[in-house]
Design a protein around this ligand. Structure first.
Ligand code: ZN
Ligand code: ZN
Length: 294
């Protein structure tokens, strides 16, 4: 950690910055909760109506699984910004999508709010494309995300023995939590629906984020080193269809200026491109506004 780095902007991540055990408690308690649910579902295995025998007709469920995987990305993102109404739905939708994505809601939301505070910052942004190729970015995206969250935690709480112990324990609970969430889906859906719906949905979701995070931010080709821009992408078949099916999610420039909109595509008046100059600190983007309940 360099000295002299500006203090982390903690707007929207209040609990993360006020309680050093916030993540640990969340990951530990959710792992316990899913362990109990798993035991319960295991006991109900024989009577669970979702445990259907495989039939070729069920192959038609694969597209549904793929769509749910994309919807899970939209839900966790919009829930992170508090865009669902009524407000209590944000936590429900976020946790549901976080259960689907296995790591829960809280870590995702925190990393994403940090992204909005520091877009394209090489140290603070959890997924800055910078000058990387798509494959370099994709391969390193999740490692960078974990690193930024870890650095952010130690920036706030210091890199002492106690905070290191808490963070290690949190990682352990997080790993265990992912395992019991995965078992949860298997026990809930049974082997057929797990393979035909859950697995495609998970794979689609997993690979949805890298092109999204990569292509919506880029180095400004018309400016000097250190100037990055956020884009609204809507041209062509892929972006058109994805925006149609997933609530205008590629209108990312609009999203950065108005993160509380459920569907940023509906706001057509924002310019298509906007720049962040990391060298001079100039930002065309208005300050991140979000209504995340933390
Ligand atoms: Zn962004
Ligand atoms: Zn966002």
């Amino acid at each position: 950690m360099e000295s002299g780095r500006k203090q982390l902007d903690t707007r929207g991540i209040r609990k993360f910055s006020q309680d050093s055990r916030y993540f640990l408690k969340y990951y530990a308690w959710s792992a316990v909760l899913f362990s109990i649910i798993d035991i319960y579902l295991f006991m109900l295995w024989d009577t669970n109506p979702l445990h259907v025998a495989f039939s070729p007709i069920y192959l038609l469920l694969i597209p549904l699984g793929l769509y749910l995987g994309g919807l899970s990305a939209v839900f966790i993102h919009n829930a992170a910004h508090g865009s669902f109404r009524p407000r209590w739905l944000n936590r429900v939708a976020g946790e549901l999508a976080g259960t689907h994505q296995l790591y829960g809601f809280v870590g995702w939301r925190t990393a994403h709010i940090i992204h909005h505070h520091y877009p394209d910052n090489p140290e603070r942004d959890p997924h800055p494309p910078l000058n990387l190729s798509f494959w370099e970015f994709s391969n390193g995206m999740r490692t960078q995300l974990a690193k930024v969250l870890t650095d952010s935690y130690f920036d706030i709480w210091g890199n002492g023995e106690e905070s290191q112990r808490i963070w290690k324990l949190k990682n352990l609970c997080g790993f265990f939590g992912m395992a019991v969430r995965l078992i949860f889906w298997f026990l809930l859906l049974g082997p057929s629906l797990f393979v035909l719906v859950y697995v495609p949905s998970y794979i689609f979701n997993y690979f949805f984020f890298s092109p999204f995070n990569y292509y919506t931010h880029r180095r400004d080709p018309n400016s000097s080193e250190g100037v990055f821009e956020v884009l609204n992408l809507s041209n062509g078949f892929y972006y058109g269809l994805t925006n149609l099916m997933f609530f205008g999610i590629y209108h990312h420039r609009t999203h950065h200026s108005k993160p509380y909109l459920f569907n940023p595509q509906k706001l057509v008046s924002t310019p298509n491109r906007v720049s962040n100059d990391l060298v001079t600190g100039r930002r065309d983007l208005p300050p991140a506004i979000h209504q995340a309940v933390d």
